[in-house]
Design a protein around this ligand. Structure first.
Ligand code: HEM
Length: 388
């Protein structure tokens, strides 16, 4: 992955984006050769024009760390992408996701019950991290005892986007994860159950099934794409709801406004700040000519603060409408897990607001950004509330 110059304020990259949108909206980093797009229109084009901006990062020779995802839909173009996506959507329908609501509510309560009377907690550790991991693990039929290993793998893999990250630990984490899922896949093949892996093993399109490598890629993708992102949506929402006076109170009074408020969190503090593409052909972006084969970073976090698209972009407005943010991407790669992420966030945040009255972030906390230039959120979120 491509490093981006270190930020002085990792939790506030927005002034930097603004400066780039103004001065050099399409910019080539001379050191790395990588192109960067910052404006809404350009980011939208890069994400959705798949014939020009390919998702096949690594081409036919993906790097060691990219290997697992190389066969998964996030790194493929049509026609293969369409086939893979139809296979996995058979197993991942909105109806299947909606059916999870009661279980997500129970899990949220189980996670909050032990902390409610304490009056303080790290909300990432106690709720925002474990909830999505448990939901994905249960969807895949992963035994509860193995969940901690999930965290270690996904932490290491997400941190691979950090400049100077330790390459050997990624390789080891990828290998361990691949071995684990291979075992799981073999076991489900012998003994299918009522879980996503079994459904994926059974899914077929044009008489074709997913290969083991593709299944492996998809399992790993779900683990990484679905966990840290949803964790950060929940954490970022708590930051947004508590830093502006009156917001939390208004959402407690009118919980029906929560889904719209979550969309604003997705725009204002996008859990995924950037996505990669590679130019398949020579092309022009704004007034810049980009040669074929160039890596390009589409800055979603910047597009979502573009004043050309969003009036008063730096104001967190829970009632914002329209709100055509790009937080889940756009076009054929639009996030497959968006319904699940929205559902988990709504249930978790509703519980946080109603069960933790007077919620506030600890004013002495030194908030730190998660170690990634792609995923955006805090490592810890110490909060306090009025315990009964
Ligand atoms: C707030 C949480 C989430 C955010 C912000 C997010 C963001 C994104 C974005 C921006 C993309 C587009 C990638 C591209 O254009 O190259 C994407 C794709 C994807 N996401 Fe998510 N995601 C979230 C949660 C989830 C969850 C919960 C899952 C699954 C359980 C998931 C699974 C996927 C998959 C499989 C793709 C690839 C789709 C394709 O290439 O056709 N995501 N996500």
């Amino acid at each position: 992955m491509v490093p981006y110059p270190a930020l002085e304020q990792p939790l506030n990259p927005f002034p930097r984006y603004e400066a780039m949108r103004r001065s050099e909206p399409v910019f080539q980093d001379q050191e790395t050769g990588v192109w960067h797009a910052f404006r809404y229109d350009d980011v939208q084009r890069v994400l959705s024009e798949h014939a020009t901006f390919s998702s096949r990062i690594g081409g036919d020779n993906p790097s060691e760390t990219g290997q697992l995802f190389a066969a998964s839909l996030i790194n493929t173009d049509p026609p293969r992408h369409r086939q893979l996506r139809s296979l996995v959507t058979q197993a991942f329908t909105p109806r299947a996701v909606e059916a999870l609501a009661p279980r997500i509510s129970d899990l949220t309560d189980e996670l909050l019950d032990p902390v409610v009377s304490a009056g303080t907690a790290d909300l990432i550790e106690q709720l925002a991290y474990p909830l999505p991991v448990i939901v994905i693990a249960e969807l895949m039929g992963i035994p509860a005892a193995d969940r901690d290993r999930f965290k270690q793998w996904s932490d290491v893999i997400v941190s691979q986007t950090r400049p100077g990250a330790d390459e050997s630990s990624h390789t080891a984490a990828h290998r361990e994860m691949a071995e684990y899922f291979m075992g799981m896949i073999e076991q489900r093949r012998r003994q299918p159950g009522d879980d996503l892996i079994s459904a994926l093993l059974g899914a077929e399109i044009d008489g074709q099934k997913l290969s083991v490598i593709e299944l492996l890629g998809f399992c790993s993708l779900l683990l990484v794409a679905g966990n840290e992102t949803t964790t950060n949506l929940i954490g970022n929402a708590v930051l947004c709801f508590t830093e502006t006076p009156g917001v939390a109170e208004s959402l407690i009074a009118e919980p029906a406004r929560l889904p719209q408020a979550i969309e604003e969190v997705l725009r204002y503090r996008s859990p995924v700040q950037s996505m990669y593409r590679i130019s398949a052909v020579e092309t022009t972006l704004r007034d810049r000519s980009i040669p074929a084969g160039s890596p390009i970073v589409a800055w979603i976090g910047s597009a979502n603060r573009d004043g050309e698209q969003f009036p008063h972009p730096d104001v967190f407005d829970v009632g914002r409408s329209p709100n055509r943010h790009l937080a889940f991407g756009q076009g054929i790669h639009f996030c497959l897990g968006a319904p699940l992420a929205r559902l988990e966030a709504r249930i978790a945040l509703q519980a946080v607001l109603s069960r933790l009255p007077g919620l506030a972030v600890d004013p002495d906390a030194q908030l730190e950004r998660m170690e990634s230039t792609i995923v955006f959120g805090v490592k810890q979120l110490p909060v306090a509330w009025r315990a009964a």
